[in-house]
Ligand binder design. Structure first.
Ligand SMILES: [Zn+2]
Length: 417
């Protein structure tokens, strides 16, 4: 059933569909933003000035242009890796260095990811120091940027190398059911990371201090009681170190569960608004959205590993992409590279599910805090983050994890009478 031609041609069909769809969606969005450039949408005229609106439109256009460039660069790099023999070249340069197959595999995968992140470095530098800088959001200095990069690199060696080593160990020793064991291993690893992230990893990049605003702490305690949730600690993160974009989230589980506010958010919202934003986040927790998304991504991982389990030692896979090796770690990497193109068309479905959860969390916030305050908080956040109020409807349906401004505020208004 499986043959090399089928793998090869189906990949390039899905690859072309993905790139074209992404490009068309970006063009549509930019066109829509340009055609709504000179006027604030009627509903927002009392809250957003024409100047702020124009800034948001320009900012979104600049980001979309950068996305378009990076879309084509990524496509070119993928072709170079697969078609121009870069994968083979990298592999050959490593095979003579190590005696053990597993060590060669680990080094191969790590070298690949280092080269890949170096290839995307210009885009990341441009995004931070040109684009974000131009619109006044960037607070990162070249020094912080460099130190962050070194820390990320060290972390990916310290955590990533043993992680890959274990996966390859399973792959090379367990036999045909390796994919199932690997699934269990990755699941366990994910839970350890969710637990460890707030306590051990996030503090490497940001300072977390306890919230010391008494009024706010009191109001949050009241809200937690109303929602029947116990949080021991509220933290403020110095997000302003890198960027002026605002946010709030919670993280960890068990005793490490904590609420984190960006200092940038606390600066722009008043107490009642922060409480409504927090109520929205608690809505996600109470409606079990986080558990559901973990279950769903575990199911996807299971399916993906199962498919890889059937493919990894099939000579057809290597033949399809004319690779000179048939090592299992090469199959692993190839799979990670090509799979996203086969699943891209699921994006609108996932975005729709996410927006459905956002409406549920908004409804929770509207019933446990104030819908009116959530609306004013959102308006401030749209303004502060320069979010465009006029995305193309198809673009927002395809990608938006949150309902577009107009829909979201219309929905909340139903509760704010
Ligand atoms: Zn949300």
């Amino acid at each position: 059933m499986l043959n090399a031609d089928l793998i090869y041609y189906s990949f390039y069909i899905f690859f072309t569909i993905t790139i074209l769809t992404k490009a068309i969606l970006l063009f549509l969005n930019m066109k829509n933003i340009k055609s709504h450039f000179n006027q604030v949408p009627a509903q927002f005229q009392d809250h957003i000035s024409l100047e702020d609106h124009k800034k948001a439109q320009n900012y979104t256009l600049s980001k979309n242009k950068l996305n378009l460039t990076s879309l084509f660069l990524q496509a070119i790099f993928l072709i170079l890796w697969i078609e121009a023999g870069w994968l083979d070249l990298l592999h050959q340069s490593l095979t003579t260095q190590f005696e053990s197959t597993i060590m060669t595999g680990v080094m191969f995968l790590i070298s690949f990811s280092i080269i890949n992140s170096l290839l995307s470095l210009p885009e990341s530098i441009y995004g931070t120091f040109v684009l974000e800088e131009k619109y006044g959001f960037n607070k990162t200095t070249p020094k912080i940027f460099l130190v962050d990069m070194i820390k990320q690199f060290a972390l990916s060696l310290i955590i990533g190398a043993p992680f890959l080593y274990f996966i390859l160990k399973i792959l090379y020793t367990v036999g045909p059911l390796w994919w199932l064991y690997t699934w269990f291993f990755i699941m366990a690893f994910q839970f350890i990371m969710i637990w460890a992230y707030p306590k051990f990893i996030a503090p490497l990049f940001n300072k977390f201090s306890k919230l010391d605003d008494e009024d706010l702490t009191q109001e949050i305690d009241k809200l937690s009681k109303r929602c029947d949730i116990n949080f021991k600690d509220y933290f403020v993160m110095n997000a302003s170190l890198r960027s002026s974009h605002g946010n709030a989230y919670f993280t960890g589980f068990g005793k490490n569960k904590r609420i984190v506010f960006f200092d940038t958010l606390l600066k722009s919202l008043n107490v009642d608004e922060v409480v409504s934003v927090l109520a929205h986040e608690l809505g996600h927790l109470k409606k079990k959205h986080i558990i559901k998304s973990i279950i769903m991504s575990s199911a996807f991982l299971f399916i993906g590993l199962f498919i890889l389990g059937q493919l990894y030692n099939s000579p057809k896979l290597f033949e399809a992409f004319s690779l000179s090796t048939n090592e299992a770690y090469m199959a692993l990497l190839l799979f990670v590279l090509i799979a996203p193109y086969y699943t891209f068309l699921l994006t609108p479905l996932m975005s729709w599910l996410s927006r459905k959860n956002e409406f549920e969390a908004d409804e929770f916030a509207a019933t446990h805090a104030s819908a009116k305050k959530l609306i004013t908080a959102l308006l401030k956040m749209y303004k502060d983050n320069s979010s465009s109020l006029t995305p193309h409807p198809t673009y927002s349906k395809f990608y938006y994890s949150h309902p577009p401004a107009k829909e979201r505020i219309d929905f909340l208004k139903k509760f704010s009478t």
